[in-house]
Design a protein around this ligand. Structure first.
Ligand code: 5GP
Ligand code: ZN
Length: 117
């Protein structure tokens, strides 16, 4: 996947295996691994191997890859939280994005609140 990688990107390094993670699902196009600081009983990050910054850029570049990510998120939630989950893409620092390689957060397995900041 070297042609897809971006130097100095944490999630490219995790996707390639250069940095270890607790992977729960992996195929030629994407990886999913447990968030290092879980905010719910299930908190998994679904990450395409392709390095793009955010979900809009991914949708514009390869919409079918975004659809594959949604299917992977559902598969993980089916396994771990009865198929019910929250699917979050933070876009931009003001929204809390800290890693600028697109990732969908799969959150579930508990009572998820919806509080204002
Ligand atoms: P963002 O805030 O960009 O939407 O989400 C980035 C997520 O990556 C955060 O929830 C953070 O806990 C997680 N994270 C940051 N560094 C690592 C790491 O080295 N390993 C794993 N597994 N998760 C990480
Ligand atoms: Zn990357």
């Amino acid at each position: 996947y070297a042609n897809h990688m971006s130097d100095d990107c944490l999630f490219c390094a995790i996707a390639s295996g250069a940095i270890p993670s607790e992977k729960v699902l992996e195929n030629d196009h994407l990886v999913a691994f447990r968030d290092i600081a879980p905010k719910a009983p299930t908190h998994v990050l679904v990450v395409p191997r392709l390095h793009v910054e955010n979900v809009a850029e991914l949708a514009a570049t390869d919409a079918s890859l975004l659809a594959e990510m949604a299917a992977a998120a559902q598969e993980i939630a089916d396994r771990e939280c009865g198929g019910e989950f929250r699917w979050i893409f933070n876009t931009g620092a003001a929204a809390g994005q800290t890693v600028f390689h697109v990732h969908g957060h799969v959150l579930g397995g508990g009572e998820l609140g919806w509080e204002p900041a």
